[in-house]
Design a protein around this ligand. Structure first.
Ligand SMILES: CC(=O)N[C@H](C=O)[C@@H](O)[C@H](O)[C@H](O)COP(=O)(O)O
Length: 237
């Protein structure tokens, strides 16, 4: 178990974060729908919400002001696509996400900044207009490997996520959560809050991820993506 140093991170210890996302062209892609799903998830026991896109983030922050919110902005679906630049990250923070999830891999970022430079700017609360009045953001680095995680911790990320395990070519795409990766990162970085994310589809997998060393567990698809869940049942029949 990690050693959090921030009340928001501490509030997530051992808890569930629900990722509420609908993808381009899908029937549920509407901020109101995602806000309602987020509210329903909190009623069910979620301690935090993860949301994509400025409109969804802003509405969820308004409806659930006391719930830790991890925000991201996806640009495309290949390469560095999770909050790829400092501009995107600042916008996510300004929309109301206290925690900004960004690509935390070692790949070249589209704006040419380093991960450390991006994290430092978000920590400084610099809005990009030259002032430093904004509340500092917490930064979650979405990683795909142990080496990504080590580099992201060096770069000053507040939380390390396994979000991109199986999506960058560094790790096989496991059926469920990549427990081996979680164990390895937790072993190397015992003091950095580790967020298990990706392909956690059952309560047993969630507890296994926690037991592998995760500070908190993110579940998306299995709670908030009915088209996929329906497909699991339809395929079984
Ligand atoms: C790789 C990527 O783009 N992951 C995204 C990150 O925000 C989302 O599409 C996932 O739904 C989220 O990570 C939760 O994972 P799962 O839906 O497997 O529980």
């Amino acid at each position: 178990m990690s050693t959090p140093t921030h009340p928001v991170i501490d509030a997530l210890r051992g808890r569930l974060i629900v990722s509420c996302q609908a993808y381009p062209g899908e029937p549920m892609r509407h901020p109101e729908t995602m806000a309602q799903i987020a509210q329903a998830a909190v009623e069910g026991g979620a301690a935090g919400i993860r949301a994509q896109g400025l409109a969804d983030i802003a509405l969820i922050a308004e409806r659930l002001p006391d719930v830790p919110l991890i925000g991201l902005w996806k640009v495309g679906a290949d390469g560095v696509f999770i909050t790829p630049t400092l501009r995107h990250a600042r916008a996510v923070h300004a929309a109301g996400a206290g925690i900004v999830a960004i690509d935390g891999t070692r790949r070249t970022r589209p704006d040419g900044l380093t991960l450390a430079g991006t994290v430092a700017a978000l920590h400084a609360g610099d809005t990009g207009a030259g002032d430093t009045g904004a509340e500092p953001a917490l930064v979650m680095a979405d990683c795909g490997s142990v080496d990504d995680a080590l580099a992201a911790a060096d770069a000053g990320a507040d939380l390390i996520g396994t979000t991109l395990a199986g999506y960058t070519g560094d790790r096989p795409k496991t059926d469920g959560p990549d427990l081996d990766l979680l164990t390895r990162i937790a072993d190397r970085l015992p003091d950095v809050p580790l967020i298990a994310e990706g392909r956690i589809h059952t309560p047993a997998q969630a507890t296994a991820a926690r037991d592998a060393g995760a500070h908190a567990v993110v579940v998306g698809t299995a709670i908030t993506h009915p088209t996929t869940i329906t497909g699991w049942f339809a395929a079984a029949l």
